[in-house]
Design a protein. Sequence first.
Length: 152
Amino acid sequence: MLDYVIEDKDFARIMQKNIQNLIIHLFEKDQSFGILCKIEHITFEPSLPEIIRSEFRPMTLFFLAGYTFDTASIIGENLVFEAGFGTDNFGSIVTVPLLSIMQVIVDETPLLINLANYKKDIKSIKKVDDGGVENSMASFLSNPENSKFLKK
């Protein structure tokens, strides 16, 4: 019975909206947070060197604070932020589909646990090209209703 619920498209849509609403709330409160997510669905632009990429586990925790938090935004169905990796602080733009976020964590406490296991069509997951973030942000900013989602 549980499988019927967690693999349902409508349940996945509810979870995605909950994740989005919680992250927007944390942005508005200027609250740093962590996300535990499935690494297989995440894209990095530019791609991370294999030595760094090989260190990630299937479920990886990213902590959004400081510069990483300041660069974070929700674009479409993704959480996008810039982060540095490895000893050389290799910079990359990280794109995380909201449904790949399994937990949202503040102060070591999960605020949200995502149990949705809906499988989207793999063709619908697009890699962000070099101008994709800028184009998406321009589209997002062109709608005056979206100003409420911007950090002050």
